[in-house]
Design a protein around this ligand. Sequence first.
Ligand code: PHE
Ligand code: FE
Length: 286
Amino acid sequence: MVEELEPPAGAAADWTISQAWGRYSAAEHAMWDTLFARQSAMLPDRVVPEFMAGLDILRINRPGIPNFEELSDRLMRATGWQVVAVPGLVPDRVFFEHLANRRFVAGRFIRTPDQIDYLQEPDIFHDVFGHVPLLANPVFADYMQAYGQGGLRAADLGAIERLARLYWYTVEFGLIRRPEGLRLYGAGIVSSYGESVFALDDPSPHRLGFDLRRLMRTRYRIDDYQQSYFVIDSFEDLLRQTVETDFAPLYAQLAGQPDFATDAIADTDIIYTQGTQAYARARAPE
Ligand code: PHE
Ligand code: FE
């Protein structure tokens, strides 16, 4: 997230811009359709069923990139959330303020064909396909709002990095336990063709039980697939644990404790899979 406090020219004081939906090209709409078809075909047996239910919100009666106004109308009726466009990454407080008011900020650009499998900055496919379906779920929707409120608080307490780890290992890269087995729910996974397979099936990464304090001490990587995923028991449990815990004393307590590396296993961890880390090792620079 960026530090500048002034929104760029053309953006509103809250950093939102118009989606300018009419300006997408046929090729851009076609890119959305390609990505949508590919992910919605591979996800049904991998993703949490609540995600598939929420995906209907995105099936507006015409192909192509969803129009945020229509999308927001539907989402508003489901859970009171809206989707607003922003120029790119926004300052932390701006991001938290939007979430706290049940507004999800999304980029409006879409990846180009050479970026179909990998891109650094989140595009509209990640932001909308990855995040919006679960915002139609009432419990997850409440979690996202609580996270925004917690973010504003963390900003005052100088603890944004700790809270960012929680977002990373839940909202972006979370797994959930179901009677049928582990399932995906993190937006960073479900919007990625490669990681949707890797996160569940590859022998390389660890899959560990969700533990709030432990996870706030765990670094993460933004350059490649995760080396550890954390598994929640349910959205209700995630919401309950995070809302019922006062994070202020937690931040103070954790300040003196060392971080865990991205591939560490702690003696308190519940281990669903102890990964080989073979993928990460093969990719590491000499
Ligand atoms: N309970 C947290 C706090 O005291 C707020 C929060 C709730 C943060 C849910 C993240 C998710 O700051
Ligand atoms: Fe995201």
